[in-house]
Design a protein around this ligand. Structure first.
Ligand SMILES: [Mn+2]
Length: 325
Protein backbone atom coordinates (compact mmCIF):
# COMPACT_ATOMS: atom_id res chain seq x y z
CA UNK A 1 0.00 0.00 0.00
CA UNK A 2 0.98 3.59 -0.60
CA UNK A 3 1.10 6.25 2.11
CA UNK A 4 -2.21 7.71 0.88
CA UNK A 5 -4.74 8.00 3.69
CA UNK A 6 -8.15 6.49 2.96
CA UNK A 7 -11.21 7.15 5.09
CA UNK A 8 -14.90 6.39 4.84
CA UNK A 9 -18.03 8.02 6.21
CA UNK A 10 -19.06 5.59 8.92
CA UNK A 11 -22.65 5.65 7.61
CA UNK A 12 -21.43 3.23 4.89
CA UNK A 13 -21.73 0.51 7.56
CA UNK A 14 -25.19 1.60 8.73
CA UNK A 15 -28.71 0.83 7.54
CA UNK A 16 -28.20 2.69 4.19
CA UNK A 17 -31.90 3.53 4.12
CA UNK A 18 -33.83 6.01 2.01
CA UNK A 19 -37.40 7.36 2.00
CA UNK A 20 -38.70 3.96 0.88
CA UNK A 21 -36.87 2.08 3.61
CA UNK A 22 -36.44 4.19 6.69
CA UNK A 23 -35.17 1.19 8.65
CA UNK A 24 -32.55 0.58 6.01
CA UNK A 25 -31.71 -2.09 3.44
CA UNK A 26 -28.83 -3.18 5.62
CA UNK A 27 -28.72 -3.96 9.31
CA UNK A 28 -29.05 -0.89 11.51
CA UNK A 29 -25.91 -0.92 13.60
CA UNK A 30 -24.78 0.97 16.68
CA UNK A 31 -21.79 3.34 16.51
CA UNK A 32 -19.71 0.63 18.19
CA UNK A 33 -20.72 -1.99 15.62
CA UNK A 34 -20.03 0.38 12.71
CA UNK A 35 -16.55 1.11 14.09
CA UNK A 36 -15.92 -2.62 14.41
CA UNK A 37 -16.72 -3.14 10.72
CA UNK A 38 -14.55 -0.16 9.76
CA UNK A 39 -11.67 -1.57 11.80
CA UNK A 40 -11.99 -4.86 9.89
CA UNK A 41 -11.82 -3.09 6.50
CA UNK A 42 -8.47 -3.58 4.78
CA UNK A 43 -6.34 -0.50 3.94
CA UNK A 44 -8.73 1.87 5.70
CA UNK A 45 -7.02 4.30 8.11
CA UNK A 46 -9.81 6.63 9.16
CA UNK A 47 -13.51 7.35 9.42
CA UNK A 48 -15.82 10.36 9.27
CA UNK A 49 -18.28 10.59 12.11
CA UNK A 50 -21.27 12.81 12.82
CA UNK A 51 -21.30 15.01 15.87
CA UNK A 52 -24.94 15.28 17.03
CA UNK A 53 -25.61 12.06 15.10
CA UNK A 54 -23.25 9.19 15.98
CA UNK A 55 -22.79 10.79 19.39
CA UNK A 56 -23.79 13.91 21.29
CA UNK A 57 -22.17 15.64 24.25
CA UNK A 58 -23.57 13.23 26.82
CA UNK A 59 -22.04 10.14 25.20
CA UNK A 60 -18.95 11.77 23.72
CA UNK A 61 -16.61 10.35 26.40
CA UNK A 62 -17.84 6.84 25.57
CA UNK A 63 -17.54 7.50 21.81
CA UNK A 64 -13.96 8.69 22.31
CA UNK A 65 -13.07 5.44 24.08
CA UNK A 66 -14.62 3.37 21.27
CA UNK A 67 -12.72 5.36 18.63
CA UNK A 68 -9.46 4.93 20.52
CA UNK A 69 -9.85 1.20 20.89
CA UNK A 70 -10.77 0.82 17.18
CA UNK A 71 -7.31 2.07 16.20
CA UNK A 72 -8.91 4.26 13.52
CA UNK A 73 -8.15 7.93 12.98
CA UNK A 74 -10.86 10.54 12.58
CA UNK A 75 -10.57 12.11 9.14
CA UNK A 76 -13.46 14.52 9.61
CA UNK A 77 -16.14 15.40 12.10
CA UNK A 78 -19.42 16.04 10.28
CA UNK A 79 -22.24 18.07 11.84
CA UNK A 80 -25.81 16.89 11.97
CA UNK A 81 -27.79 20.06 11.22
CA UNK A 82 -30.27 18.56 8.76
CA UNK A 83 -32.34 15.68 10.17
CA UNK A 84 -33.98 17.42 13.12
CA UNK A 85 -37.55 18.57 12.47
CA UNK A 86 -36.72 22.03 13.80
CA UNK A 87 -34.32 22.52 10.86
CA UNK A 88 -36.94 21.74 8.24
CA UNK A 89 -37.04 25.39 7.15
CA UNK A 90 -33.27 25.86 7.22
CA UNK A 91 -30.51 25.70 9.82
CA UNK A 92 -27.62 28.10 9.17
CA UNK A 93 -30.01 30.28 7.12
CA UNK A 94 -33.06 29.95 9.36
CA UNK A 95 -34.90 33.24 9.73
CA UNK A 96 -35.79 32.20 13.29
CA UNK A 97 -32.84 33.54 15.34
CA UNK A 98 -33.18 30.82 17.97
CA UNK A 99 -33.07 28.00 15.39
CA UNK A 100 -30.15 29.56 13.51
CA UNK A 101 -28.30 29.93 16.81
CA UNK A 102 -28.90 26.23 17.62
CA UNK A 103 -27.44 25.22 14.24
CA UNK A 104 -24.42 27.53 14.63
CA UNK A 105 -23.83 26.09 18.13
CA UNK A 106 -23.80 22.51 16.76
CA UNK A 107 -21.17 23.46 14.17
CA UNK A 108 -19.11 25.40 16.72
CA UNK A 109 -19.23 22.44 19.10
CA UNK A 110 -18.23 20.11 16.24
CA UNK A 111 -15.08 22.25 16.03
CA UNK A 112 -14.26 21.51 19.69
CA UNK A 113 -14.94 17.81 19.08
CA UNK A 114 -12.69 17.84 15.99
CA UNK A 115 -9.84 19.29 18.08
CA UNK A 116 -10.29 16.60 20.74
CA UNK A 117 -10.37 13.84 18.14
CA UNK A 118 -7.48 15.31 16.16
CA UNK A 119 -9.62 15.38 13.00
CA UNK A 120 -8.25 17.08 9.90
CA UNK A 121 -11.46 19.05 9.25
CA UNK A 122 -15.02 19.66 10.31
CA UNK A 123 -17.05 18.63 7.28
CA UNK A 124 -20.03 20.96 7.05
CA UNK A 125 -22.79 19.93 4.66
CA UNK A 126 -25.64 22.43 5.15
CA UNK A 127 -28.30 20.00 3.92
CA UNK A 128 -31.23 21.80 5.50
CA UNK A 129 -30.42 25.11 3.82
CA UNK A 130 -32.16 25.91 0.58
CA UNK A 131 -35.72 25.98 -0.69
CA UNK A 132 -38.33 23.93 -2.56
CA UNK A 133 -40.68 26.44 -4.26
CA UNK A 134 -40.76 29.78 -5.99
CA UNK A 135 -41.78 32.55 -3.59
CA UNK A 136 -40.63 30.50 -0.61
CA UNK A 137 -37.50 32.41 0.37
CA UNK A 138 -36.09 35.89 0.52
CA UNK A 139 -32.85 35.10 -1.37
CA UNK A 140 -31.09 38.25 -0.23
CA UNK A 141 -31.75 37.32 3.37
CA UNK A 142 -30.73 33.68 2.73
CA UNK A 143 -27.26 34.70 1.52
CA UNK A 144 -26.86 37.29 4.27
CA UNK A 145 -27.69 34.71 6.96
CA UNK A 146 -25.36 32.06 5.51
CA UNK A 147 -22.46 34.54 5.41
CA UNK A 148 -23.28 35.64 8.97
CA UNK A 149 -23.29 32.03 10.19
CA UNK A 150 -19.96 31.28 8.46
CA UNK A 151 -18.41 34.32 10.15
CA UNK A 152 -19.69 33.31 13.59
CA UNK A 153 -18.47 29.71 13.23
CA UNK A 154 -15.07 30.82 11.94
CA UNK A 155 -14.53 33.27 14.79
CA UNK A 156 -15.42 30.75 17.52
CA UNK A 157 -12.70 28.27 16.48
CA UNK A 158 -10.08 30.06 14.37
CA UNK A 159 -7.70 27.09 14.63
CA UNK A 160 -10.22 24.56 13.26
CA UNK A 161 -10.50 23.95 9.50
CA UNK A 162 -14.12 23.93 8.35
CA UNK A 163 -14.86 22.33 4.99
CA UNK A 164 -18.12 23.33 3.30
CA UNK A 165 -19.61 20.48 1.30
CA UNK A 166 -21.69 21.79 -1.58
CA UNK A 167 -24.55 19.85 -3.16
CA UNK A 168 -26.96 21.11 -5.79
CA UNK A 169 -30.11 19.43 -4.39
CA UNK A 170 -31.54 16.96 -1.87
CA UNK A 171 -33.09 17.10 0.59
CA UNK A 172 -33.96 20.65 -0.52
CA UNK A 173 -34.96 21.00 -4.19
CA UNK A 174 -32.38 23.79 -4.48
CA UNK A 175 -29.57 24.07 -1.94
CA UNK A 176 -28.15 27.37 -0.70
CA UNK A 177 -24.63 26.14 -1.60
CA UNK A 178 -24.88 24.07 -4.77
CA UNK A 179 -21.59 24.50 -6.60
CA UNK A 180 -17.85 24.90 -6.03
CA UNK A 181 -18.10 28.48 -7.34
CA UNK A 182 -20.88 29.44 -4.93
CA UNK A 183 -19.06 27.91 -1.95
CA UNK A 184 -15.97 29.90 -2.93
CA UNK A 185 -17.89 33.15 -3.32
CA UNK A 186 -19.55 32.77 0.10
CA UNK A 187 -16.24 32.01 1.84
CA UNK A 188 -14.63 35.06 0.17
CA UNK A 189 -17.67 37.16 1.07
CA UNK A 190 -17.35 36.12 4.74
CA UNK A 191 -13.61 36.98 4.62
CA UNK A 192 -12.65 33.95 6.72
CA UNK A 193 -9.40 32.04 6.42
CA UNK A 194 -10.29 28.76 8.15
CA UNK A 195 -13.04 27.73 5.73
CA UNK A 196 -12.48 25.57 2.66
CA UNK A 197 -14.52 23.23 0.51
CA UNK A 198 -15.25 19.50 0.27
CA UNK A 199 -15.39 18.39 -3.35
CA UNK A 200 -17.75 15.39 -3.37
CA UNK A 201 -17.41 13.58 -6.73
CA UNK A 202 -21.12 12.72 -6.91
CA UNK A 203 -22.29 16.19 -5.87
CA UNK A 204 -20.03 17.75 -8.49
CA UNK A 205 -21.37 15.41 -11.20
CA UNK A 206 -25.03 16.09 -10.33
CA UNK A 207 -24.25 19.84 -10.45
CA UNK A 208 -23.00 19.28 -14.05
CA UNK A 209 -19.45 20.18 -13.01
CA UNK A 210 -16.38 18.15 -13.85
CA UNK A 211 -14.81 17.04 -10.52
CA UNK A 212 -11.22 17.44 -11.78
CA UNK A 213 -11.90 20.99 -12.96
CA UNK A 214 -13.80 21.87 -9.76
CA UNK A 215 -10.82 20.62 -7.73
CA UNK A 216 -8.34 22.68 -9.73
CA UNK A 217 -10.58 25.74 -9.33
CA UNK A 218 -10.81 25.27 -5.54
CA UNK A 219 -7.07 24.64 -5.28
CA UNK A 220 -6.34 27.97 -6.94
CA UNK A 221 -7.83 29.64 -3.87
CA UNK A 222 -6.30 27.12 -1.41
CA UNK A 223 -9.80 25.93 -0.62
CA UNK A 224 -9.55 22.21 -1.48
CA UNK A 225 -9.72 20.99 2.12
CA UNK A 226 -11.35 17.60 1.65
CA UNK A 227 -12.68 15.21 -1.01
CA UNK A 228 -15.43 12.60 -1.08
CA UNK A 229 -15.20 9.84 -3.66
CA UNK A 230 -18.15 7.79 -4.92
CA UNK A 231 -20.12 7.52 -8.17
CA UNK A 232 -23.67 7.98 -9.46
CA UNK A 233 -25.79 8.08 -12.58
CA UNK A 234 -25.45 11.89 -12.69
CA UNK A 235 -29.09 12.68 -11.94
CA UNK A 236 -29.09 11.73 -8.26
CA UNK A 237 -26.56 11.51 -5.45
CA UNK A 238 -26.61 7.70 -5.29
CA UNK A 239 -23.33 7.37 -3.32
CA UNK A 240 -22.36 4.28 -5.31
CA UNK A 241 -19.13 2.30 -5.27
CA UNK A 242 -16.22 4.29 -6.76
CA UNK A 243 -15.64 4.17 -10.53
CA UNK A 244 -18.71 2.10 -11.42
CA UNK A 245 -20.21 4.70 -13.80
CA UNK A 246 -17.69 7.42 -14.64
CA UNK A 247 -14.28 6.00 -15.43
CA UNK A 248 -12.74 8.98 -17.26
CA UNK A 249 -13.99 11.62 -14.83
CA UNK A 250 -12.69 9.55 -11.91
CA UNK A 251 -9.30 8.98 -13.56
CA UNK A 252 -8.96 12.66 -14.43
CA UNK A 253 -9.77 13.59 -10.83
CA UNK A 254 -7.09 11.17 -9.59
CA UNK A 255 -4.59 12.78 -11.99
CA UNK A 256 -5.50 16.23 -10.65
CA UNK A 257 -5.30 15.22 -6.99
CA UNK A 258 -1.73 14.19 -7.77
CA UNK A 259 -1.00 17.26 -9.96
CA UNK A 260 -2.36 19.63 -7.28
CA UNK A 261 -0.33 17.85 -4.56
CA UNK A 262 -3.51 17.21 -2.61
CA UNK A 263 -2.35 15.64 0.63
CA UNK A 264 -5.57 15.45 2.63
CA UNK A 265 -7.66 12.38 3.27
CA UNK A 266 -9.06 10.45 0.32
CA UNK A 267 -12.55 10.16 1.79
CA UNK A 268 -15.20 7.74 0.61
CA UNK A 269 -18.84 8.78 0.93
CA UNK A 270 -20.79 5.69 0.01
CA UNK A 271 -24.06 4.00 0.82
CA UNK A 272 -23.85 0.35 -0.29
CA UNK A 273 -27.49 -0.66 0.01
CA UNK A 274 -27.35 -4.17 -1.43
CA UNK A 275 -23.69 -5.09 -1.32
CA UNK A 276 -21.40 -6.39 1.38
CA UNK A 277 -20.38 -3.13 3.04
CA UNK A 278 -16.80 -4.07 3.97
CA UNK A 279 -16.19 -5.47 0.49
CA UNK A 280 -17.63 -2.34 -1.18
CA UNK A 281 -15.25 -0.08 0.76
CA UNK A 282 -12.25 -2.37 0.22
CA UNK A 283 -12.98 -2.58 -3.52
CA UNK A 284 -13.25 1.23 -3.76
CA UNK A 285 -9.89 1.73 -2.04
CA UNK A 286 -8.27 -0.95 -4.20
CA UNK A 287 -9.70 0.69 -7.34
CA UNK A 288 -8.44 4.15 -6.37
CA UNK A 289 -4.98 2.76 -5.59
CA UNK A 290 -4.88 1.08 -8.99
CA UNK A 291 -5.90 4.35 -10.62
CA UNK A 292 -3.20 6.32 -8.79
CA UNK A 293 -0.70 3.71 -9.99
CA UNK A 294 -1.91 3.91 -13.61
CA UNK A 295 -1.50 7.66 -13.50
CA UNK A 296 2.04 7.34 -12.16
CA UNK A 297 2.97 5.18 -15.18
CA UNK A 298 1.90 7.82 -17.69
CA UNK A 299 4.63 10.01 -19.15
CA UNK A 300 3.81 13.24 -17.33
CA UNK A 301 5.85 15.48 -19.59
CA UNK A 302 4.11 14.16 -22.70
CA UNK A 303 0.73 14.44 -21.04
CA UNK A 304 1.35 18.09 -20.09
CA UNK A 305 2.49 18.72 -23.64
CA UNK A 306 -0.75 17.25 -25.02
CA UNK A 307 -2.80 19.38 -22.59
CA UNK A 308 -0.95 22.49 -23.73
CA UNK A 309 -1.69 21.61 -27.34
CA UNK A 310 -5.23 20.51 -26.44
CA UNK A 311 -4.39 17.35 -28.34
CA UNK A 312 -7.02 14.91 -27.05
CA UNK A 313 -5.87 12.00 -29.22
CA UNK A 314 -2.28 12.32 -28.03
CA UNK A 315 -3.45 12.38 -24.39
CA UNK A 316 -5.82 9.44 -24.72
CA UNK A 317 -3.26 7.35 -26.64
CA UNK A 318 -0.77 7.96 -23.84
CA UNK A 319 -3.28 6.95 -21.17
CA UNK A 320 -4.76 3.99 -23.04
CA UNK A 321 -1.31 2.52 -23.56
CA UNK A 322 -1.01 1.98 -19.80
CA UNK A 323 -4.55 0.86 -19.15
CA UNK A 324 -5.84 -1.31 -21.95
CA UNK A 325 -2.90 -3.62 -22.28
MN1 LIG B 1 -20.24 13.69 0.60
Amino acid sequence: MSDRKYSVGIWAYGGCGDRFSENGYQKNRSFKEKLELAAKTKNLSGVEVHYNGDFKDDDFAEAKKLIKSSGLQIAAVDCETFGDRKFRKGALTSTDPKIRKDAVEIVKRAGEVAKELNAAVVNLWPGADGYDYSFQLDYEKEIELMVKSIKEISKANPDVKYSLEYKIKEPRIRSTIGTAAKATALIKDAGVDNFGVTMDFGHSMVARENPAEASAFLDRYNLLYHVHLNDNSRDWDDDLIVNTYHFWETLELIYYLKKLNYNGWIGLDMSPKRENQIEAVEYSIETLERMFKYIEKIDEEKLLESLKEQDVLKAHKLINKEIFI
